[in-house]
Design a protein around this ligand. Structure first.
Ligand SMILES: [Zn+2]
Length: 130
């Protein structure tokens, strides 16, 4: 493990902050989508502290939301890895991901080599790279 306790704390804070921002964004989008498209689904807005964002977005068909939802899932997976002590290790090869990459992308679950392979495998030619 190459991360110091301070570095881990720094990255954890970055993840938590991003998770909160994204969660607020998604709630707004979901509420807007419900008002516009499916008024019958409009209901009470959950508390901002509610962590069940996944439930909220489960049935929303919206590309932007799905992208945000993917990021939320990655952030939550990263939080889980922090709790279980495996954060900072590549989930594919087990090597240290590296503090520079983690600072740029705190939810990164793969080292840059494995991420490149992964993207080549799952994002075929012609896939949108926004
Ligand atoms: Zn790797």
């Amino acid at each position: 493990m190459s991360l110091t306790a301070e570095q881990l704390e720094e990255l954890k804070r970055a993840i938590d902050r991003r998770h909160q921002e994204l969660g607020a964004e998604i709630r707004e989008d979901v509420n807007r989508a419900r008002e516009h498209n499916r008024p019958e689904l409009a209901g009470p807005v959950p508390d901002p502290g509610d962590s069940s964002v996944a439930d909220l977005i489960a049935d929303i068909q919206n590309t932007e939301l799905l992208r945000d939802a993917d990021e939320i899932k990655e952030l939550e997976a990263a939080q889980e890895r922090i709790r279980s002590g495996t954060y900072g290790k590549c989930i594919d090869c087990g090597r240290d991901i590296g503090i520079e990459r983690l600072r740029a992308q705190p939810a990164a679950s793969r080292c840059i080599e494995c991420q490149t392979v992964y993207e080549r495998t799952f994002a075929g030619p012609g896939a949108p790279t926004l």
